[in-house]
Design a protein around this ligand. Structure first.
Ligand code: G4P
Length: 530
């Protein structure tokens, strides 16, 4: 087995977008190109349908689908592509943030009419913080939308990216005629009224070629010439090193629904996108082609059937190879574990595999050993960094509603938090437990799962908290910090890792507190130290 070759042919990435921009449709079209599915509509959308945001059973149904689409792998031109699913729904944003720790690059989908939307801004910010290489796909060009240059400006401004178009639309909406592929220097023409297929691909090394006028008409041809001239004048030439460092982002235009501009995107993607990247652990930087195996858990999916309470832990392989039935070190527990049936993921199914390579995701059956962020290695004591918790948006006290079941409740809460469903804070003053979530929906999920999986009952009580801030004093022994702890005693809590958190009841309180105690730094993210 040639590990280096296997690493070189892997591309592991995520597609991120605001809901409805076309992530599912694009994913499906990519799978169609890879021959991984035979017809459109085969990949079920795992998004929460509109109007169903409070429908709990709908969420459960979606959860079932989402395990099937968590990782979609397929081969295209000899390249093994792993697409990691990132839920667009904002209540699952935390899940998406964690998944972004396991991707080597991302494709951002933007709706040409809606432009840059809120969820996209947040997700791209996380990608930028980690210097993840980004390609932008502007979708729905078959509809009327914003002017291409206006949109490129908006992308630069709102997403703080430095873009360079690698394709350019010829017209838009009803007048959409095709795509000029700047990357390959050819033109793809949209056919007839149905506009379903690429009629022909014509190589155009020189845009002044009269062939272009014949293809799209003189007006459109002249327009394209002007626009491409402008592109060249305004935007820098594509630079792969900058793209890989996360300082330049190529942009493609197309229509996922009509299969337009997708092949251009895919062909360029497999050429320029990074192979599995090295990853920083607390101890050292780990390279994919090292001999020793290492990987980390970025997602845990519980089996909802109470009779089979096992969970599937998703591991991203960082270095070495992962083999079935070999003992590996669970670094946090200091235990050796063997896995007899590791799952690899394909387009719509999972299968037991004997060997997996860096960039791959394996699903390991787990009876409660794993937490999100855990590291698994062939022996070295490594701790991978970078699965932070973000401040939740909602906070409630959780109470035990059945005193006979307090053990079950504690175990249930513990395991649900390990899965990353929500965050638990314990108040310093009285030991009361507070559940923090990104979306209000999770409270229903937790209550339901505690009852059905653990036989425990809980109730919630409102709590007036707007943000959780991880506390980082410049000097833990200073008088200022001691006073802060004394005055703010009622608002101090510990998170699950034992880190100190300040629960601010309003943005105003937070601001006042920061002014009064400037040496006590506050962070909205749990990992703030490098
Ligand atoms: P998401 O995963 O990002 O949430 O978006 P999804 O792919 O589900 O697409 C959202 C809607 O946009 C879908 O329509 C889809 O058909 C449509 N769409 C995707 N790409 C294009 C495109 O290139 N052009 C046009 N005109 N529409 C596009 P829907 O009516 O909400 O759902 P469906 O019933 O068609 O599945």
């Amino acid at each position: 087995m040639d590990v280096k070759k296997e690493i070189a042919r892997r591309r592991t990435f995520g597609i991120v977008s605001h809901p409805d921009a076309g992530k599912t449709t694009l994913t499906e079209k990519l799978l169609l190109f890879g021959g991984a599915i035979q017809e459109a509509g085969a990949v079920k959308s795992n998004k929460i349908k509109k109007g169903a945001t409070s429908d709990f059973m709908e969420i459960e149904r979606q959860r079932g689908i989402s395990v099937a689409t968590s990782v979609l792998a397929f081969e295209y031109n000899g390249i093994k592509i792993n697409i990691l699913d990132t839920p667009g729904h904002k209540d699952f944003a935390e899940d998406t943030f964690r998944t972004l720790t396991a991707v080597d690059s991302v494709i951002v989908v933007i709706d040409v009419a809606k432009g840059v939307e809120e969820q996209t801004e947040k997700l791209v910010e996380v990608c930028r913080m980690r210097n993840i290489p980004i390609i932008v796909f502007v979708n729905k060009l078959d509809r009327e939308g914003k002017d291409a240059f206006e949109l490129l400006d908006e992308i630069e401004e709102k997403l703080h990216l430095k873009v360079t178009p690698l394709s350019f639309p010829i017209g838009m909406g009803y007048d959409f005629k095709g795509i000029y592929n700047i990357w390959e220097k050819n033109v793809n023409i949209f056919s007839g009224d149905s506009r379903k297929n690429i009629e022909e691909t014509v190589e155009i090394s020189d845009l002044s070629d009269a062939v272009l006028d014949e293809l799209v008409g003189k007006d459109s041809a002249d327009n394209l010439r002007d626009e491409v001239e402008l592109v060249k004048g305004v935007y820098p030439a594509f630079d792969r090193t900058e793209y890989l460092e996360g300082t330049q982002q190529p942009v493609f235009f197309g229509s996922a629904l009509n299969n337009f501009g997708v092949r251009e995107l895919l062909d360029c993607f497999i050429t320029i996108a990074p192979t599995p990247r090295p990853k920083q652990s607390e101890e050292r930087l780990v390279e994919p082609d090292e001999k020793g195996f290492s990987g980390f858990v970025f997602k845990i999916h519980a089996n909802m059937d109470p009779k089979h309470r096992d969970r599937l832990a998703f591991i991203k392989i960082v270095s070495g190879v992962f083999e079935r039935n070999k003992p590996y070190l669970h670094v946090r527990n200091k235990k050796k574990l063997k896995f007899s049936s590791p799952n690899a993921f394909f387009a719509e199914r999972k299968e037991i595999v004997d060997i997996s390579y860096p960039g791959d995701i394996v699903g390991l059956h787990d009876t409660g050993n794993f937490k999100i962020g855990d590291t698994l290695t062939s022996g070295e004591e490594l701790h991978y960094k970078g699965i932070p918790s973000f401040s939740p948006e909602h906070f409630r006290y959780i109470n035990n509603a059945d005193p006979m079941k307090s053990k079950q409740l504690a175990k249930g809460i513990d395991q649900l938090m390990d899965e990353g469903v929500a965050q638990l804070f314990t108040l310093e003053l009285n030991g009361r437990k507070v559940i923090g979530t990104v979306g209000a929906l999770q409270y229903e999920v937790i209550q339901y799962r505690l009852e059905h999986e653990y036989g425990a009952k809980c109730t919630y009580e409102p709590l007036s908290v707007s943000k959780a801030c991880w506390v980082d004093p410049e000097d833990p022994k200073s008088e200022e910090f001691k006073e802060f702890l004394r005055v703010k005693q009622r608002f101090m809590a510990k998170d699950k890792r034992g880190q100190l958190v300040f629960l601010a009841d309003s943005p105003f309180t937070l601001q006042m507190t920061q002014q009064k105690y400037p040496s006590v730094k506050m962070h909205y993210v749990s990992e703030f130290k490098d």
